[in-house]
Design a protein around this ligand. Structure first.
Ligand code: GLU
Length: 466
């Protein structure tokens, strides 16, 4: 194990967002690359907004992606005593002070500052207050004044904030609960985090946190702030743009490795490489190569990657992954064709497991109706003749593999003076109900000749009854 310790610290106020998943992935990759430790910490100090469902959804998302953590999950709500202890320490050392200003008073001052064009900032009324009444109060950090707070961000480079812009942060509320920035520092320090990789919506928190580290005598970790993910309209990616939850992508039929590959490339590059196995990601990922600007989420590219991974996926695994998508469609594979054969026949072309399941339905459920517009392109007599010829040929054939069955269709064409599309398309409609299906030889090979004959006869009966 190396010294490197990183963490992913989601707030359980919703599902695992793809942006969060990318942050988790970057942390995880760095930990795996440097044989470090990846810690999962649930930031649930906001009791009102944190829910058990969200915790479960986050853990489920992480597990589905395979981002296994080495330590945790730790819950901030278990650490209240630790936070309190550090508040007391800062108070004892004069690095924090009790502030008795009422919320109304602060609001009045804030409004006045805004009106006068000043930045609203705590005016320090209680900083040097001599009396300490036994009255409701918050605890504020006595932020060092003068100079600047700077850090070298691994992604954004040097970032400096003038200390005068940093407020005397409230670290403990009137009800005794600690505030967010304070908890993060205590946790990162007590978990000995060496590198903090997080969304750049936290950049403004970092100088305040650095001041706290310094006041508490903790080593300051390195920081890497990852730029946001945007929708196509360049606004921050949100539900408005489509699915943003990791589990929604699972349910839409994406493979975890496709989503990971997509996310790693979102804002990070390695030459022109697009496809990265997990091992390659671990080897090649470098947080210094994460771009400084926000990236736009591109569903087309994700679909392209997913199709790649589906095509190259082990068929048995794919069959397992496909099952819930089939159940969702009330398809049972019992008594039907071998699922492995079905998957093989669809794996080359499907972009998602949902699409694959949709296309697999006809193998298990005979068509309930036919694409009439497609059928109408042929004369009824022609269709009946084709179905009869195919039934006759299949009845006496022992062919089982796609190539042998395709050869039978060539014979049928030759014997009747038909062209392949004049036969193939009607048969595809009879067997699957529509025109979107794999090659004829493949379909029949998977369905079996007996079932194919039954479906051709049904289609003939349907036409004759018209
Ligand atoms: N809990 C914060 C969030 O979900 C992350 C804080 C951090 O990484 O420092 O945005």
């Amino acid at each position: 194990m190396s010294e490197l310790r990183v963490r992913f610290a989601p707030s359980p106020t919703g599902y695992l967002h793809v942006g969060g998943a990318r942050t988790a992935l970057f942390n995880w990759l760095l930990a795996r690359k440097q044989a470090g430790t990846f810690i999962l910490r649930i930031e649930d100090t906001d009791v009102e907004r944190s829910t058990k469902e969200s915790v479960d959804a986050i853990l489920q998302g992480m597990q589905w992606l395979g981002l296994e953590w080495d330590e945790g999950p730790f819950y901030q709500s278990d650490n209240f005593e630790l936070y309190k202890e550090h508040v007391r320490k800062l108070l004892d050392e004069g690095k924090a002070y009790k502030c008795f200003c009422s919320a109304d008073e602060l609001e009045r001052k804030r409004e006045l500052a805004m009106k006068e064009g000043r930045k609203p900032k705590y005016d320090g009324t209680c900083r040097e207050r001599a009396d300490q009444p036994d009255a409701p109060h918050v605890v504020r950090f006595r932020a060092p004044q003068g100079g600047e707070v700077a850090f070298d961000d691994l992604i954004k480079g040097r970032i400096a904030f003038p200390a005068e812009e940093l407020d005397d942060l409230v670290i403990q509320r009137t009800d005794g609960t600690p505030t967010y920035n304070f908890c993060v520092v205590i946790d990162d320090a007590s978990m000995r985090i060496t590198t903090v990789i997080r969304g750049d919506d936290h950049v403004n928190n970092t100088p305040r946190q650095i001041q706290l580290y310094q006041a508490l005598g903790f080593p300051v970790p390195q920081f890497a702030h990852v730029p946001m993910i945007l929708g196509a309209d360049k606004a921050r990616l949100s539900k408005r743009h489509g699915a943003t939850s990791v589990i929604a992508y699972r349910d839409m039929g994406f493979l975890p490795e496709a989503l990971l590959n997509y996310l790693v490339r979102l804002g990070w590059s390695h030459g022109d490489d697009e496809i990265f196995s997990l091992d390659e990601m671990i080897q090649k990922f470098d947080v210094n190569n994460v771009g400084r600007s926000a990236s736009v989420f591109n569903t087309e590219k994700l679909l392209w990657l997913n199709a790649h991974y589906i095509k190259n996926c082990d068929t048995e695994r794919l069959a397992d992954l496909l099952l819930p998508h089939l159940s969702k469609r009330d398809v049972t594979t019992l008594g039907g064709p071998d699922l492995m054969l079905v998957v093989k026949s669809l794996q080359e072309r499907a972009q998602t497991l949902e699409e694959m399941a949709e296309r697999a339905v006809f193998y298990y459920n005979a068509p309930q109706g036919y694409d009439e517009a497609a059928l109408a392109k042929f004369e009824k007599e022609h269709l009946l003749a084709v179905f009869a010829a195919v039934v006759e040929k299949l009845s006496v054939s022992t062919a089982t593999d796609p190539a042998a069955i395709d050869a039978l269709f060539k014979e049928i064409c030759n014997e009747n003076g038909w062209k392949m599309p004049q036969v193939g398309q009607p048969v595809r409609i009879a067997l699957s109900g529509g025109t979107q299906a794999p090659g004829i030889g493949e379909i029949i090979s998977v369905l079996g000749c007996e079932e194919a004959i039954r479906r051709l006869q049904d289609a003939a009966a349907f036409l004759s009854a018209k």
